[in-house]
Ligand binder design. Structure first.
Ligand SMILES: [Zn+2]
Ligand SMILES: [Zn+2]
Length: 151
């Protein structure tokens, strides 16, 4: 009967480094192909469906190299060779975004599309339709009737 584990269970946080689930590295001694979540974000890549492959030990643990680090200060390390570029928006998403922008910058009365968002919630139209303040002709494009948003 092997009863070697009972002793380890009492020391909840303290696991010998050699038996830690993931390999652990100290700050400054981390292999170049590993990166933290923040570094992945800076490179605009995602883990690509892969979990962390190692642990970046917290600063406190540098003084206890024989123990595994399970402190909140540790960071997960991801393998850069497995990462993928962040999903770029598809054409359909861009169209949806553009439609949303068009809805906010197009006057429902005169159908002009302005370069800025209109006070549609308060006035319900552009200033020119609201009180006759002439709009800067360079600040809008007239939307052809066929392209009107009502359609
Ligand atoms: Zn630690
Ligand atoms: Zn208008």
């Amino acid at each position: 009967m092997a009863r070697t584990r009972t002793r380890v269970r009492r020391a909840i946080q303290r696991v010998p480094r050699s038996s830690a689930a993931l390999e652990e590295f100290d700050r400054g001694a981390c292999p170049g192909h590993l990166a933290t979540r923040r570094q992945l974000r800076a490179r605009e890549v995602s883990p690509g469906g892969h979990g962390p492959v190692a642990v970046l030990r917290c600063a406190r643990c540098r003084y206890t190299p024989q123990w595994s680090c399970s402190h909140p200060g540790r960071a997960w390390l991801y393998d850069l060779r497995l990462t993928r570029p962040k999903r770029i928006p598809t054409l359909a998403q861009e169209w949806a975004l553009d439609r949303a922008m068009a809805a906010r910058s197009t006057c429902p009365r005169c159908k002009r599309r302005y370069v800025y968002c209109l006070p549609l919630r308060t006035l319900g139209s552009c200033l020119e339709c609201h009180d006759g303040t002439p709009a800067d002709p360079t600040s809008y494009t007239a939307v052809p009737a066929a392209h009107s948003l009502a359609a």
